[in-house]
Design a protein around this ligand. Structure first.
Ligand SMILES: N[C@@H](CCC(=O)N[C@@H](CS)C(=O)NCC(=O)O)C(=O)O
Length: 217
């Protein structure tokens, strides 16, 4: 019996919900997208009562699974849940069963979730949104972001830009994929090549379409 659709809570912008839509597409798991506004509208906002009842951190993605009753949030936790529950064939997990294979998968995931993602987020904040100009903070975060891109470039050079860990696309690639919008990749040719391959994958195309076509909040 096919599972009931999962509910992916998302916003039209931002890199985090789309990763989960991509994973659901790769795994062929049915899902519906529920869009939220940023802000504290009680019914429509990620900082409003209705959403906070699902995720007290007030951020998307959150993922509800009516088949199990499980609610997850934080894209890393949503992804890990999908892999444990819906990826029995290991389409998106570590590429081998050795301890090194598992650590390689974890370390690149962690690098995105704890370092490249947050550093990029801070760069964007100090570049576009901080009400007071703060050149020191911007310089610090730009340097850290560029350092992360260089680390990724080195890894993708080793895999000939096929995937971040050798052996094909995994959840690691899905975690990284949405983070490079609007950034010049001239200094990072392997990242550019990998990203262009990712953008052509039918599952990735479908995930972006699902998010962009979801009814507004
Ligand atoms: N560490 C979180 C970050 C989630 C996050 O920051 N989501 C953004 C959208 S991509 C958000 O909900 N922002 C709402 C806000 O800042 O109020 C994850 O990986 O899921």
């Amino acid at each position: 019996m096919s599972p009931q659709p999962l509910i992916l809570h998302a916003h039209a912008t931002g890199p985090n919900p789309i990763k989960i839509a991509e994973a659901l597409e790769f795994l062929g798991v049915p899902y519906e997208v529920k869009m939220w506004d940023f802000g504290d509208d009680p019914q429509k906002g990620v900082k409003g009562a209705a959403f906070l009842a699902l995720n007290e951190n007030g951020r998307v993605p959150a993922l509800e699974d009516p088949n199990t009753g499980v609610v997850s949030w934080e894209s890393g936790a949503c992804m890990a849940y999908l892999l444990r529950v819906y990826d029995k064939a290991n389409k998106l997990g570590p590429r081998g069963s050795s301890e090194q294979d598992k650590v390689d998968f974890d370390k690149w995931n962690m690098f995105l979730l704890t370092t490249l993602g947050p550093m990029t987020g801070q760069t964007n904040w100090y570049r576009h949104y901080n009400p007071t100009k703060n050149d020191d903070a911007l310089k610090r975060y730009v340097e850290q972001t560029e350092r992360c891109y260089s680390v990724l470039e080195g890894q993708l050079k080793k895999t000939l830009a096929e995937s971040i860990i050798p052996g094909g696309v995994t959840a690691v690639d899905l975690q990284f994929e949405p983070w490079f919008a609007g950034i010049s990749l001239d200094p990072y040719p392997s990242v550019a090549k990998w990203l262009s391959n990712m953008a052509g994958l039918p599952e990735v195309i479908k995930a972006y379409k699902r998010i962009s076509e979801a009814p507004k909040p």
